[in-house]
Design a protein around this ligand. Structure first.
Ligand code: NAP
Length: 467
């Protein structure tokens, strides 16, 4: 079946591309394997030069690439430019620091010399989502290639143009052919690629069902996997918070990427002392957002990426309202041509069990909750299967400590929205997945942590631990 690139703002088919045949997939695996045999022996300085040149290509082409992204998945064009810039920054970060992150680590034992060496694994399969088509891929590609691995990229089926551009950008950066290969394939073909002995590991960013399926295949084939899955992040506001800043950041954190971000603030947990004031200002700001053409620089919220996402979000809102939730604004599709537009929406008084209570809402829909104290706030924050990020707003040091200890998530941001940063590890707990991307932890996910023990002592020089 052909793979289509469809403009979500208009419904127009931009391009139909041929999916890779079985023999093309075999050829790509063989080529990647052959490249790895040479690539693993290249120096950090060579890989760093190619990675820096890749950053240069991204920066030089950023407007062109941003347009590809916006046309294909609908994010506002300014956000698409920022996404490409962040990829360039991350390429430079790993070009500069990978050698230090993966330097031999001496460990004192009773060997003459013992140390840890980090070596590449081989071909890593990357299964990626459409929501940040370049960023999701590059935050894996930059550390993986700098570590000496090679990669096969299976991108989401609705962003084939972005997927092909990613391969081209890496090649223009100077990396050898086969270092990063895009495969235009359906999700049903992922299993057989992962089972191939030459493919050593997999990273998947996407939904819980996709993670569970790919993670099981990896486990059966005894292969390393990193899973970056969904989230239903809390955004907690306490009485001592800077309310203006909390409202402005809260709106941004909810509608980032048209509301389709794993770390978007989805559940707003408000201390009752400030709940009315926060709600009034928040609803006003959500109503003021401009929804429309994502190519227009003034647009705040573009279309959802596919008709299915629009349908699912609408169903979650309707079911929540039917269960008793109160609609403070929005709550329906917007008819702007054939685009997948949805009104910025705020729900309150959501009963337990309603979809907006704990499920991930992937669109501009905020769920508001009220709590009497910090313990109730933490209990509610943790009342979800997910554990990706959390944003908490307070100027009380004791509360900050309590939140850091009490929230079950991979990251806690205090008086700021949750965001990824190439210098810091990123990932989740519970159903949000396992493993980390970015920072030093990210580059050490796909390496063989090899223990080296060298004994140069002559016989008679007995070790204490050898008996
Ligand atoms: P998705 O439907 O799970 O798709 C993600 C990728 O997995 C796509 O390439 C998809 O291919 C593939 N896929 C889906 N089912 C599969 C299966 N059974 N076997 C193998 N591959 C499979 O997710 P999405 O709708 O693109 O992305 C949204 C989700 O990703 C949200 O839940 C969001 O929170 C999560 N996300 C998480 C992070 C994070 O860092 N934790 C970041 C961004 C997004 P096809 O497109 O061909 O189906």
């Amino acid at each position: 079946m052909p793979i289509q690139s469809v403009n979500p703002a208009t419904g127009e088919i931009l391009e139909e591309l041929e999916a890779a045949s079985e023999s093309e997939i075999d050829h790509a695996i063989a080529a990647a394997h052959a490249t790895f045999q040479r690539f693993r022996a290249t120096s950090f300085s060579n890989r760093g030069r190619w990675m820096t040149q890749t950053a240069d290509v991204l920066e030089r082409r950023k407007h062109e690439l941003a347009r590809v992204v916006t046309l294909e998945m609908g994010k506002p064009i300014k956000a698409a430019v920022a996404e490409i810039e962040k990829c360039a920054l991350t390429c430079r970060h790993y070009a500069q620091h990978a050698e230090r992150f993966l330097a031999d680590e001496p460990v004192k034992t009773d060997a003459t010399r013992s140390f840890i060496r980090f070596q590449p694994l081989g071909i890593v399969l990357a299964v990626m989502p459409w929501n940040f088509p370049f960023w999701q891929a590059f935050r894996f590609i930059a550390p993986a290639l700098m570590a000496g691995n090679v990669a096969l990229l299976k991108h989401a089926s609705n962003v084939p143009r972005s997927a092909l551009w990613i391969e081209r950008v890496v090649e223009e950066g100077g990396f050898p052919k086969g270092a990063l290969t895009t495969l235009l394939i359906a999700s049903g073909q992922v299993g057989r690629i992962l089972e191939d002995e030459r493919v050593r590991a997999v990273t998947l960013t996407g939904s819980e069902p996709a993670g569970s399926s790919v993670g099981s295949t990896a486990a059966r084939a005894i292969k390393k996997s990193v899973l970056e899955l969904g989230g239903s992040d809390p955004f907690i506001v306490m009485p001592s918070a800077d309310l203006e800043k909390a409202v402005t950041t809260g709106v941004k954190a909810r509608v980032v990427n048209n509301g389709q971000s794993c770390i978007a603030a989805k559940r707003f947990i408000l201390h009752e002392a400030i709940a009315d004031r926060f709600t009034a200002r928040f609803v006003e700001s959500m109503k003021a957002l401009r929804v429309g053409d994502p190519l227009d620089e003034k647009t705040d919220v573009g279309p959802l990426a596919t008709p299915q996402i629009l349908h699912d979000l609408d169903r979650q809102v309707r079911a929540s309202v039917a269960a008793g939730a109160r609609l403070l604004t929005g709550g329906k599709r917007l008819s702007l041509g054939r685009g997948n537009f949805y009104e910025p929406t705020v729900l309150a008084d959501i009963p337990e069990g309603a979809p907006a209570y704990a499920e991930e809402t992937f669109g501009p829909v905020a769920s508001l909750f009220r709590v009497p104290d910090i313990e109730q706030a933490i209990r509610l924050a943790n009342a979800t299967p997910f554990g990706l990020g959390a944003s908490v707003w307070t100027s009380d040091e004791a509360e900050i400590d309590r939140f850091i200890d009490g929230i079950d998530s991979g990251q806690v941001f205090v008086n700021a929205m949750v965001a990824s940063d190439p210098r810091l590890p990123f990932g989740g707990v519970k159903h949000s997945g396992f493993g980390r991307e970015l920072g030093v932890f990210g580059i050490r996910e796909f390496v063989n942590v090899k223990t080296i023990w060298i004994d140069m002592k002559k016989s008679g020089g007995k070790s204490e631990l050898s008996e």
